[in-house]
Design a protein around this ligand. Structure first.
Ligand code: AR6
Length: 174
């Protein structure tokens, strides 16, 4: 399933199979792999990804780092560290920062297309209604003032998450 809203696209599926300039990984501060989408990206990219990540020495929550994509169809991986959801005022600030820092890295590297999973909305417990709004609002703000990246994909892993993103995108782009 796929739907287009200008430069933003929604896709139902596995982010490790998407052909874009960069896929974003919902990592942890160690950048040394884990479960969820992080585990899937490392498995698909192969052991060279972990080797490059080791040399980065970790990443703060809300920040991002870029590596090669190795065996992925994507040329790069942008690793970002979402907040563990606590319902505190800085949760949305940190989550928005993940999207912004990832987009800034894509722009700095001249990348035309980037694919995001629903950062923090799995193991880290962020409610999808709030998480999806932060994702969409932050990406739309960035695209308003930046020609790159040209295309931003949200790759959702369940029908329910796809529907939540679609409903909000339909509302804000109407
Ligand atoms: N493609 C697209 N989305 C996926 C895929 C996939 N292949 N696999 C899972 N998702 P999560 P977080 C969805 O838990 O909440 C790791 O251990 C998943 O259904 O991967 O940011 C890290 O090392 C959910 O909607 O990331 C951290 O320790 C979304 O991706 C921690 O988990 C994010 O879920 C980060 O937790």
């Amino acid at each position: 399933m796929q739907e287009k809203f200008g430069r933003i696209e929604l896709l139902l599926g596995d982010i490790t199979r998407v052909e874009v300039d960069a896929v974003v990984n919902a990592a942890n501060r160690s950048l040394l792999g884990g479960g969820g989408v992080d585990g899937a990206i490392h498995r698909a990219a192969g052991p060279s990804l972990l080797e490059e990540c080791r040399a980065l020495g970790g990443c703060e929550t809300g920040d991002a780092r870029i590596t090669a994509g190795y065996r992925l169809p994507a040329r790069h991986v942008i690793h970002t560290v979402g907040p563990v959801y606590h319902g505190r005022p800085d949760d949305p600030v940190l989550l928005a920062s993940c999207y912004r820092r990832s987009l800034e890295l894509a722009r700095q590297h001249g990348l035309a297309s980037i694919a995001f999973p629903a950062i923090s909305c799995g193991i880290y417990g962020y409610p999808i209604e709030e998480g999806s709004r932060i994702a969409i609002d932050t990406v739309r703000d960035f695209l308003d003032t930046n020609p790159l990246p040209e295309r931003v994909l949200f790759v959702l892993f369940s029908n329910e998450f796809f529907r939540v993103y679609r409903e909000y995108l339909q509302r804000v782009t109407a």
